[in-house]
Design a protein around this ligand. Structure first.
Ligand code: ADP
Length: 272
């Protein structure tokens, strides 16, 4: 089975020449008890690049995202964001999170959009967007409000600023969740199956918003998705994840049309 390691420079249309990765997974393993979920993942994401991660359910994609957000800790290996390590391995072999100040900065570099929106239910749409810039960045209320309204405009939700999340459709809530991540101006946007909890009729509006923001080449994007045609349209590179590691990666045209491994061929037959 071919296993293209990401130490090779990936094909990409993103302007990565001479740049260091913004996110680096090096030999990452993760077990939950006896269950080994990740098994030596090497993965680099470059500034401005968009990478789609595809693969069967249970193959460890969400675990990878959660490790990047420091919601889980690795069993082995290391993760860097913008050259800064998220964990230190201590002499006794245990992992220790970097100190809170450091993690605070790193988390500020990453915007995450989950499958289930996770908006603050007791806050209006506008307040949902103003919360982090004020609390985390110390932005003034007036400035946070101005930026929030501009971002809502961008995702087509300006008319809903004073609504509470429960009044919105799933697609609208997800657009607000995307805007909420974007107001922090992250260096990396991480999407974990952003449309899989939506009614079919609202999937398109969310994918359109993601395509629109993907025009911003300042920001890197990592998308875990089952939407193959979307991955084909948007990604510079697709990584196929199975059995806890990246089995194949390459530009969409190559990976989706000429899979090298039988597993990817079977997967595409089912989902493509
Ligand atoms: P994917 O996103 O590819 O569907 P996940 O990363 O969600 O895969 O899950 C990979 C495997 O890890 C699954 O078998 C899942 O049940 C298991 N798993 C994930 N989180 C935990 C946890 N906190 N405790 C135990 N097992 C977990």
């Amino acid at each position: 089975m071919s296993n293209i390691q990401s130490t090779e420079r990936p094909h990409t249309e993103a302007p990565i020449e001479g740049k260091d990765p913004i996110v680096r997974f090096k030999n990452i393993s993760k077990s939950f008890g006896d269950l080994q979920v990740l098994n030596g993942v090497d993965f680099d994401l470059y500034p401005g690049e968009r990478v789609a991660i595809i693969g069967p359910s249970g193959s460890g994609k969400t675990t990878m995202a959660r490790l990047l957000m420091t919601l889980e800790e690795p069993t082995d290996g290391f993760i860097e964001v913008d050259g800064r390590q998220l964990w230190h391995k201590e002499v006794n072999g245990n992992f220790k999170k970097a100190d809170e100040k450091h993690l605070h900065e790193v988390r500020g570099d990453i915007g995450m959009v989950f499958q289930h929106f996770h908006l603050f239910p007791h806050m209006t749409v506008l307040k949902n967007l103003m919360e982090a810039p004020i609390k985390v960045k110390g932005m003034s209320k007036a400035k946070a409000r101005e930026e929030a309204l501009a971002m809502l405009e961008k995702v087509g939700m300006a008319g809903f600023a004073d609504q509470y999340p429960a009044r919105l459709s799933g697609g609208q809530q997800q657009r607000v969740a995307i805007a909420r991540a974007l107001v922090m101006h992250p260096k990396v946007m991480l999407f974990d199956e952003p449309t899989s909890a939506l009614d079919p009729e609202t999937v398109g509006e969310v994918l359109e918003v993601i395509k629109e923001i993907a025009k911003d080449r300042e920001m890197a994007m990592l998308l875990i998705t089952h939407e193959m045609s979307f991955a084909r349209d948007i990604a510079d590179r697709i990584a196929f994840f199975d059995e806890g590691k990246i089995q194949e990666e390459g530009p969409p045209s190559q990976l989706l049309n000429e899979p090298k491994t039988e597993r990817l061929g079977e997967f595409l037959h089912r989902f493509g």
